[in-house]
Write a protein that binds this ligand. Structure first.
Ligand code: DLL
Length: 442
């Protein structure tokens, strides 16, 4: 019964505001248990620890974690499909897979307890964003191997929301459901929210919808995109982060302060490392997020390198939660483009574009190579009135100057007609790197 769930959904509420020392103690106990389990049950770890002369009992403090080796995506691939499972398939009740852009997807197993933990952690994040059982939630994430749809679904259900599992795609139907079912919470990728917001604006639907909150994640997005989504849909938008290998959504999310994403630290132990040297960085230094799972049964991972770039902030949050926060994830180490020797993240370009009045947050980056020289083309849309006024060359020049100031790189800016850039229903594909296509076709 829905009424029963209202009181029972709160997941380990004492952990969210636990004094740091007690939280660290809990992490240590859970880490030691996890190490004992993986040494016993995952041949990869058993072998690796043996090679390094490490025994599970050697890890006596959280600082000792640094002695353990990292786990990488390649390790998961090398043990495809089920080599990292710490439980027999008879104990596994669900298998998702990470969205492999190249090659085979990585299967991730969950026991029944993992599924419950996951729902509890997602519910925490949703509640921190101010969603309650009174809400009607439209889940416009894909349901399937991707963890977004079912992950958010189970968390919302735990809170007691009325869920509309519309899944991704079919935008006219999304808009219909939004109006007729009076949905109050939208759950999808920020790029799809941007597209839905554009449709709401263009079709003059804002007065006909009841949305009040948005839970967006699964890809990087900028403050500029947040503002645009909030204006178009009349909502407050919250960022949430996760990755399939670690659990899916539910790793971290923003509270009402929206000053960083609280990590569910009683279940995931975070570190930030220098992606080149592997050295652990101080809090406040930007680097690659690394997570160790502390309670996962079927798919525990030790020091998993996410390739996601962020900064950890241990300062207490005014909301009272004691967990460490991380900054927005601005991109992945493997999203970084190297153009004429300059490192460029697509998120830096988005940041520049969304700050210029009249420029729309719809863009695509096309990288080509002529001879030995790389060329970056930034295709971008203007709002239709500026476009119709023919302000294109003036604005293209201004965008080019601002990009040059930020990136230290000359880019070719092409203003395209409104609506030309493909809109995304899931994770946006912003970069077309034709250099790779040439290399791959050889
Ligand atoms: O995207 C899990 C998820 C679903 C998170 C729904 C939040 C909401 P994967 O498909 O395995 O899992 O992709 C994980 O997506 O390593 C990041 O690069 C990126 N990512 C996820 N959330 C964010 C975010 C899901 N809030 C990969 N900001 C991660 C930036 C994000 N990047």
């Amino acid at each position: 019964m829905k009424r029963d769930r209202i009181t029972s959904w709160i997941f380990d509420p004492q952990h969210e505001r636990m004094p740091r020392e007690a939280l660290r103690q809990l992490q240590l106990v859970r880490l030691q248990e996890t190490l004992a389990r993986v040494t016993e049950r995952v041949p990869f770890y058993e072998r690796l620890f043996k090679e390094r002369g490490i025994e599970a009992g050697d890890i006596r403090s959280l600082d000792d974690l640094r002695r353990l080796p990292f786990t990488t995506k390649q390790d998961l691939r090398d043990n495809y499909p089920f080599g990292f499972f710490a439980e027999p398939l008879s104990e596994v009740v669900r298998i998702h897979a990470s969205s492999g852009t190249t090659g085979k997807p990585t299967p991730i197993g969950y026991t029944s307890k993992d599924i419950q933990t996951w729902a509890g952690l997602v519910a925490r994040i949703i509640a921190a964003a101010g969603v309650t059982q009174e809400d009607v939630a439209q889940v416009s994430f894909g349901y399937g191997l991707f963890t977004g749809g079912l992950g958010l679904h189970y968390g919302l259900e735990k809170i007691g929301c009325a869920i509309v599992p519309v899944a991704s795609g079919n935008t006219p139907r999304q808009l219909l459901v939004m109006q007729d079912f009076a949905t109050t919470v939208l759950v999808c990728t920020p790029s799809y929210a941007l597209y839905l917001g554009e449709m709401v604006r263009e079709q003059g639907l804002k007065g006909k919808i009841k949305l009040r909150r948005g839970l967006f994640g699964a890809e990087p997005w900028s403050e500029g995109v947040r503002q645009r989504i909030e204006e178009d849909l009349g909502i407050l938008a919250y960022d949430n982060y996760g990755l399939s290998e670690i659990i899916g959504p539910g790793v971290s999310g923003e509270c009402q302060e929206r000053q960083g994403l609280h990590i569910n630290e009683d279940h995931f132990l975070p570190e930030v490392i220098d992606p080149d040297s592997g050295e652990v960085l101080e809090d406040g230094e930007r680097g690659e997020l690394v997570f160790t799972t502390l309670t996962k049964e079927a798919f525990p991972l030790i020091r998993y390198r996410t390739r996601d770039i962020a900064v950890l902030d241990p300062e207490p949050c005014p909301c009272g939660r004691t967990s460490v926060r991380h900054s927005r994830v601005t991109g992945r180490t493997d999203d970084m483009l190297i153009i004429r020797g300059v490192n460029v993240y697509p998120s830096q370009i988005e940041h520049v574009l969304t700050k210029i009045q009249g420029v729309e947050p719809h863009y695509q980056l096309i990288v080509t190579r002529e001879g030995a020289l790389d060329n970056l083309e930034v295709q971008v849309e203007l709002n239709s009135s500026l476009y119709e006024q023919g302000a294109t060359s003036r604005l293209a020049q201004r965008i080019g100057e601002e990009l040059r100031a930020v990136l230290g790189l000359r880019a070719q800016v092409s203003i395209v007609a409104p609506g030309t850039i493909a809109r995304s229903e899931g994770k946006a594909r912003r970069v077309i790197d034709k250099r790779q296509l040439v290399a791959e076709s050889r």
